[in-house]
Design a protein around this ligand. Structure first.
Ligand SMILES: *Cc1c(COP(=O)(O)O)cnc(C)c1O
Length: 400
């Protein structure tokens, strides 16, 4: 079977909830993927930053296989010997006292929302069911009903109501709007330090720091969704580190498993995370020994291979080289570390056709928000590979 055969089957039998580039991948290794027709591509999406460690990293693969031979699922009705070590290593790496394991990113966001509300009633003493959470316009926090309830994207939520109440939106990057939105019933401000899905939107310098300070003044929790920006993607362990902000709650996922298996987590200190009581929250697969073993290996690779520093260095280099491309279509090149967005002018007529062209020349990148091409390769990419990619990207951006 060739690519077209697989695509036909997929279109016939699968729900059409994505609009993928027509490349059928059968193998990945490091920064490269191979399709069923034998073509090789540089992966510049990294599964939305889940593959910071690269495809099929041998150490993570080994952890997966070895753990799979021993025990894969205990449920949290019993304990297992991997989860405690994941907790401890996550704490040592991030500085947060406790964590709670989940699977998908959206689940971890839901978990954070529950935790924030619990804190609102138990600790802040907000009257029952009056707690409000402030979020930013243009956010992306996942796809559950509650999460799309506070999305501002029409097509994420249209025809999926009724929606979950208790959320307020303010413009991203607007400190005064945040200040004015806070009421005595505000429990938290939840924000992405950089909006990845929103188009690699970087807020004004000082925004996160001031927002965190305003939250502190008002006894409001500052919650950072670092599912995409965290674990080295932006050149720091967390993107919040750029402004020396230590959020009260951090949500991680994606690269926490190096792309092998869905693992997510919420991090906080004991006064907050300690509020969950037995039975109040859980997940059959959350914290399972296979996922915990994979996450431990994925974190170890980030540490051992200095992926945070690599991301910072190579990100700067990649951005510089992209900025040199004299294309009439480019409005702006922006990014932090290896989370890079190339925003095109309206006259470019959309990013999709450029992504199609890149694909035909061996680079996989995906448009986000119609007019932004995101370049987010695995953090193990080398300068040599970036140098290989630049002429291809240049030729693409120079087309009519
Ligand atoms: C991907 C993402 C999510 C959702 O994660 P899933 O694993 O797809 O549920 C939430 N927040 C941000 C910032 C993300 O990038």
């Amino acid at each position: 079977m060739n690519s077209q055969d697989y695509i036909q089957i997929e279109e016939k039998y699968g729900a059409h909830n994505y609009h993928p580039l027509d490349v059928v991948i059968e193998r990945g290794e490091g920064v490269w993927v191979y399709d069923v027709d034998g073509n090789k591509y540089l992966d510049c999406l990294s599964a939305y930053s889940a593959l910071n460690q690269g495809h099929v990293h041998p150490e993570i693969l080994n952890a997966l296989v070895e753990q799979a031979k021993k025990v894969t699922l205990t449920s949290r009705a019993f304990r297992n010997e991997q989860l405690p070590l994941m907790y401890k290593e996550l704490s040592e790496m991030t500085g947060y006292e406790m964590s709670i394991p989940m699977n998908s990113g959206a689940e971890a966001v839901e978990t954070a929302v529950k935790l924030v509300r619990k804190w609102a009633y138990q600790t802040k003493k907000i009257p029952y069911y009056q707690a409000e959470i402030i979020v930013a316009e243009g956010n992306f926090h996942g796809r559950t009903i509650s999460i799309v309830s506070f999305s501002t994207e029409e097509y994420y939520k249209k025809e999926f109501g009724p929606f979950t109440p208790g959320f307020k939106t303010v413009p991203y990057g607007d400190i005064e709007a945040l200040r004015q939105a806070i009421t005595p019933n505000t429990a938290a401000f939840m924000v992405e330090p950089i909006q990845g899905e929103g188009g690699v939107i970087i807020p004004p310098t000082g925004y996160l720091k001031t927002a965190a300070a305003i939250c502190k003044e008002n006894n409001v929790l500052f919650v950072a969704d670092e599912i995409q920006t965290g674990l080295g993607r932006t050149g720091k362990l967390f993107a919040s580190d750029y402004e020396n902000v230590r959020p009260d709650i951090v949500i991680i996922g994606k690269a926490l498993s190096g792309g092998f298996y869905p693992v997510s987590a919420v991090l906080a200190d004991t006064p907050i995370m300690g509020l969950f009581q037995p039975g109040e929250h859980g997940s059959t697969f959350g914290g399972n020994p296979l996922g915990a073993a994979v996450a431990r290996a994925a974190l170890k690779v980030i540490r051992d291979e200095n992926l945070v520093e690599k991301s910072a260095e190579l990100g700067d280099y990649f951005i510089e080289r992209l900025m040199e491309i004299p294309s009439k279509h480019v409005k702006e090149v922006r990014g932090r570390g290896l989370l890079i967005g190339v925003e095109l002018l309206p006259s470019a007529k959309g990013a999709r056709r450029f992504c199609e062209k890149l694909k035909s020349m061996g680079i996989l990148a995906k448009e986000t928000h119609d007019n932004v091409i995101r370049f987010a390769p695995p953090l193990i990419i080398t300068k040599e590979v970036i140098d290989w990619s630049i002429p291809i990207i240049q030729e693409t951006l120079m087309m009519e």
